[in-house]
Design a protein around this ligand. Sequence first.
Ligand SMILES: Nc1nc2c(ncn2[C@@H]2O[C@H](COP(=O)(O)OP(=O)(O)OP(=O)(O)O)[C@@H](O)[C@H]2O)c(=O)[nH]1
Ligand SMILES: [Mg+2]
Length: 243
Amino acid sequence: MDEHKKRILLSKGGRGGKGNRAKPRGELAGTADKGADGGKLTVVLELKSVADLGLVGLPNAGKSTLLRAISDARPNVADYAFTTMSPQLGAVKLDGGLSSVTVADIPGLIKGAHENRGLGHNFLRHVERCAAFLFVVDLSSGMGDRPGMRPWEALKVLRAELDAYLPGLSNRPAIVVGTKTDVARTSKAAEALRRRTDLPVVCVSANASEGIDALLSATEDLLERAKRERDEGEARDVVDVEL
Ligand SMILES: Nc1nc2c(ncn2[C@@H]2O[C@H](COP(=O)(O)OP(=O)(O)OP(=O)(O)O)[C@@H](O)[C@H]2O)c(=O)[nH]1
Ligand SMILES: [Mg+2]
């Protein structure tokens, strides 16, 4: 069900019975035919949020803080993994306020999420519905003697998990957002990250409000690219059908 007010028949009712009025004259009243039983079915409906953009990152990468900085949404932020337990949606204004897109803050993913580790499938099924991604990586993680995975290693894990869940999923239009540029020595990490990926990289500090405008403008380009790719895909489908 992907449209408002869409109706789908899941189980058919049984053939209707015949009442007195359908009986030939002379037959006794009260001998109505019973109808047939209707179909029986147990259905589990699962809601997948639909967003233009998904924030995909390891726990603690700064996704919720970023969503707070770019939208009116107020997801919780805390210094521990899995603060966000269910997807949060925010409306982000683009084009100087002329258009608005929906961004989903998705629970942090860890290695093995496709096998349902961490919050696993719980979050991956929401990712599936996003037209484009912001891969959110913590620039302060794993650098020098800091604990955690380095940003480009995190990016690799994120992409691998998406593809293990649904092959090709990580090839959707995306940009990488390096977070926490206010932390000391993150510019080195940003440089190294840029060298190690072909995706566009934008570095921000949600806390210090740095790089947010550049991120919004890169996001506009990203969504345009996603739309173009989708239109081209649809045009290709039509050609395939005509052939
Ligand atoms: N210094 C600094 N810290 C930040 C920044 N953005 C986020 N943080 C901190 O990083 C921690 C995690 O932030 P969250 O926004 O909750 O991270 P998340 O990716 O949503 O985490 P999960 O919901 O657990 O997946 C919090 O302690 C934030 O205050 C930033 O720009 N600069
Ligand atoms: Mg969060």
